[in-house]
Structures are given as C-alpha cells and as structure tokens.
Design a protein around this ligand. Structure first.
Ligand SMILES: [Zn+2]
Length: 273
C-alpha cells in the first residue's frame, strides 16, 4: 500500500505535468466501489474546471480546481494498487482504468486500479471550511506541543497509535517501524507513558524518514509507480522494515519481528527500548 512519501511523490509528479490545464472531458467506468461521489457528480464538477494545484493531504491526493470562479476539489485515494498516470491519448488504456480526464494540453490523466480499494470523490464547493483536511494531523508539519498532546493518556502501543489515522494521517507500517527504530523506542511501549524527550525524538525521526523517502521518490511497493509509470526505489534504505533476522545496521543484533495491531512489526532488540 502506498504510504505518505509515495503519495507525495505521485502528487508532485502529477502537479508538474498538469497544473494550469483545464479538464475538457471526463470518462468514468461506473464501477460502484471506486466512486465515493456519484460518477455524474464527479463528471459535472470536473468538466470545464482548471487544475490549480495537485498536492497531498495525509494519504490522499488532492486536486485543487477552479470552476466558474468557485473552488472545488477532486480527491484521489490510491488504496492498495491505485495509480494516477499522465498519458498521451494514443497510449493504450490499461486494464482496470476507472477514470480518464482529458486535458486542454492534449494529455490524459488516468486513474487505474486493479484491486479497487482506491476511491475517487469531489468536494463541490471547497471553501475554507469545506476544503478536505483529512482525518488527523499532518506528520511533517505538526508542532511539538500538538504532537506530545496526541499521545497523552493513550494506553495503546506507540506503534498502534502511529498507525491511527485519526491522530496522525499518512503514517503507515513501513515508516512507523523505521521512525521508532531511529528514535530508539520499542514499538510495544504504551504511547501515554513515553517521555517528552522520547516523543521529541520520535517526531524528529518521523520527519527524517518521511522526508528522506520523499527525496528518494517513494518506497518500493510492487504496484507503485510515479506519474510517469516509473517504479519507486527506496527499499534498500530500510533499517528494520522487512529485515527480520538480518543484522541491525547500527549494532549487528538480528532484527526481530512480532505482530502488533495486526501488522508485522520489525525492531532491533538492542537499539530500541
Ligand atoms: Zn541495533
């Protein structure tokens, strides 16, 4: 599943290729699972709108639109296997294409999703109060006091709290494991019992691993490709994720794996306390 860095990489790639263009036509597959807004509503909102900006909020790609001088938004959630491709119209349309936006520049923005966990929706009137803000706080910009307050009194393991999208949105399994390693914190610790110093380290570690992954173009998830269809390449740099039994890159202790909150959880028993 794409995580925050992959989604940001796709959003930035799409932004660079389509911002400023007008949507001149829309086709949808009408597969019911894919459309969180009615397809007719999506077609009506998008057709004739200008794409001002494509960016990321949590794990959602947000397309800011201007429609008859009114702001609107097109929201793309990639789910497990969703891809957003900018293609020439003559490029064969892949199987499992659910939406095609024809753009004034001559290219098409296509949403392709084999497993159909992805979701498309629109915010018809994106005024300040109605703009999409996501379920939780943004891990790259949250301040220290707000970050510390998120975990106060929580009895769940810190790993589970990091995956709770209503607290912080966009952090998934890979970067939760990696951030806890860099902060030296065991994944099973109760979130509410972490010290201020530990939470300070954790916030810094999250920013560090997410920013590094964004710089490298997102992680290597098998179905992940950027807006040009180029596969990501970050997996080599993981310290603990998916390295069960391999030596810790810092101390050489074999990396352990447990299941926590239903997810494979990787840690160094020596470096993380
Ligand atoms: Zn270690």
């Amino acid at each position: 599943m794409p995580e925050l860095p992959e989604v940001e990489t796709v959003a930035n790639g799409v932004h660079a290729r389509v911002h400023g263009q007008r949507i001149v036509g829309v086709w949808t597959s009408n597969k019911p699972q894919t459309f969180k807004s009615a397809p007719d509503e999506i077609v009506e909102t998008l057709t004739g709108s200008r794409i001002d900006r494509v960016h990321r909020v949590g794990k959602t790609i947000v397309v800011d639109l201007m429609r008859k001088k009114q702001p609107a938004q097109f929201l793309v959630h990639l789910g497990m296997t969703g891809r957003l491709l900018v293609s020439a119209p003559e490029t064969p349309v892949p199987h499992h294409t659910h939406a095609i936006l024809s753009l004034s520049g001559g290219q098409e923005l296509r949403f392709v999703d084999a497993r159909r966990f992805g979701r498309l929706s629109v915010v018809k009137s994106a005024t300040d109060e109605q703009r999409y803000a996501g379920p939780g706080a943004e891990p790259l910009t949250i301040g220290l006091e707000d970050f510390v307050a998120l975990f106060r009194g929580r009895k769940t393991p810190i790993k589970a709290a990091l995956l709770n999208q209503s607290l912080l949105h966009g952090v998934g399994n890979i970067y939760a494991d990696e951030a806890l390693f860099h902060a030296g914190i065991r994944s099973t610790r109760h979130a509410g019992r972490l010290t201020r110093a530990e939470l300070t380290r954790l916030r810094a570690a999250l920013v560090k691993v997410l920013t590094a992954a964004i710089k490298l173009g997102g992680s290597s998830v098998s179905d992940y490709v950027d807006a040009n269809g180029v596969a990501g390449f970050f997996q080599l740099h993981h310290h603990v994720y998916s390295r069960t039994g391999e030596p810790c890159r810092v101390c050489g202790t074999p990396i352990k794996r447990i299941v926590l909150a239903g997810r494979g959880t990787h840690y160094c028993p020596t470096c993380q306390h």
